[in-house]
Design a protein around this ligand. Structure first.
Ligand SMILES: NC(=O)c1ccc[n+]([C@@H]2O[C@H](COP(=O)([O-])OP(=O)(O)OC[C@H]3O[C@@H](n4cnc5c(N)ncnc54)[C@H](OP(=O)(O)O)[C@@H]3O)[C@@H](O)[C@H]2O)c1
Length: 361
């Protein structure tokens, strides 16, 4: 079988280095770790026994050089909603498959906007494949395999108290998501939630979790409503890290992560607050629906450090593309094209704490 070279810009960062490590176990894949620093790229590649190159995503010539003999790209550097899309544009034009972990509506939409160019060149572009909105989007998409009709779905993000690996970039991403105007899927269309829901975003009484109801809906989830009705999306926090969750929410609201420098200082504080605790991030999606006229509930839960939950999604999808499981060309979000049953099976074998259960109601 052909050996596939997978370029990973951001490949020695928190998310990218896990992707490189996961893919380096596949004998059909050669990860190419990339970033602006030659030393860091080389060091990481030597550790994993893979290849490396330098790339600056703000420089088209540098990107072009890095794309030499690349089959698939997994982009792990998307610092903001308005960051340039040189990389996906060049991938779309040159027939190179492209995946990313972007969690910014504006960026995701611009990637999907490259559909025609990608379809013409034979490239497949899939955006938004991180922990959010990729993982819950794919889990909801997987409901097609379990239900004739899905009535509702709740998505819970629970931050652990272990902030050791959270990076300033990831923190900025979370800050951005908190500003996305919440929407609610009701009676077949997206509506603005009424006042009550928004006022509850730090709930009273403040017991086990802070509730943002509905927290946010990003582009990927907008693709799901034809198969699921999303009632609300909750985030934070298990009792052990309740205080930390509150500090994080307030800090982000006050703009403590607006710049990388501020985010770094803020993270130091959060780590201090969360010291001696060791809880992973948790994503739980609970869907209810009907199959053969009977009601069922499906519960999917994933627990792992935050950057691991983000890395695992594009790593699995990259393997699906290489194995020929996804044959489409054009630009999409994950739930539109991914073989979700195989995605669930891969997660079960991915060495993370994963549960996918269905029970009669
Ligand atoms: N969707 C989700 O749920 C989710 C969750 C977590 C993270 N993320 C996203 O994943 C991405 C990576 O996050 P992270 O926590 O891994 O960040 P990180 O540890 O700071 O890594 C960022 C990497 O990007 C590289 N980089 C910076 N500027 C670059 C440029 N101009 N060209 C090429 N490479 C550049 C950095 O190396 P150099 O500075 O040496 O170039 C570094 O290797 C971010 O975009 C973040 O928003 C998404």
């Amino acid at each position: 079988m052909k050996t596939h070279r997978v370029l990973i810009p951001g490949g020695y960062g928190a998310v990218g280095s896990i992707i490189a490590s996961l893919l380096s176990k596949n004998e059909n894949i050669i990860p190419v770790v990339a970033g602006r620093s030659k030393d860091q790229a080389k060091k990481r590649a030597e550790k994993l026994g893979c290849q490396w190159t330098t790339v600056d995503l703000e420089d088209k010539d540098s990107i072009q050089e890095a794309l030499n003999e690349i089959d698939i790209i997994i982009n792990c550097y998307i610092p903001s909603a308005d960051f340039n899309t040189y990389l996906p544009e060049m991938a779309a034009e040159q027939g190179i498959h492209y995946l990313d972990v972007a969690a910014f509506n504006g960026y995701n939409e611009r990637v999907v906007g490259l559909h025609k160019i990608a379809a013409k060149s034979g490239a497949l572009l899939i955006t938004a494949l991180g922990l959010f909105p990729g993982a819950p989007g794919l889990i909801l998409g997987g409901n097609r395999d379990y239900f004739d009709q899905v009535d509702c779905a709740d998505i819970f993000f629970t931050s652990g108290s272990n902030m050791d690996n959270l990076t300033p970039l990831a923190l900025q991403g979370i800050g951005y998501l908190m500003q996305v105007p919440p929407k609610k899927w009701e009676n077949g269309k997206w509506t603005k939630p009424q006042g009550k829901a928004r006022r509850e975003y730090i709930s009273k009484p403040f017991n086990k979790q802070i509730t943002f109801y509905p927290y946010m809906v990003t582009f990927d989830l907008l693709k799901i409503p034809e198969i699921v009705k999303i009632n609300h999306i909750n985030m934070w926090s298990m009792s052990e890290s309740m205080f930390l969750g509150m500090a994080l929410v307030l800090g982000l609201k006050l703009g403590f992560a607006k710049t990388i420098k501020k985010a770094t200082t803020f993270l130091r504080l959060l780590r201090y607050l969360g010291r001696n605790k060791n809880e992973d991030y948790s994503l739980r999606v609970i869907s209810q629906g009907t199959r053969d006229a009977k009601k069922y509930e499906r519960v999917v839960e994933m627990n792992a450090p935050e950057e691991h939950l983000t890395a695992i999604v594009p790593a699995i999808i990259c393997e699906q593309i290489i194995d020929g499981d996804i044959k489409k060309v054009g630009a999409y979000t994950g739930a539109e094209v991914v073989k979700t049953r195989r995605f669930s099976d891969s997660l079960k074998n991915a060495g993370i704490n994963y549960r996918d259960e269905i029970r009669a109601l």
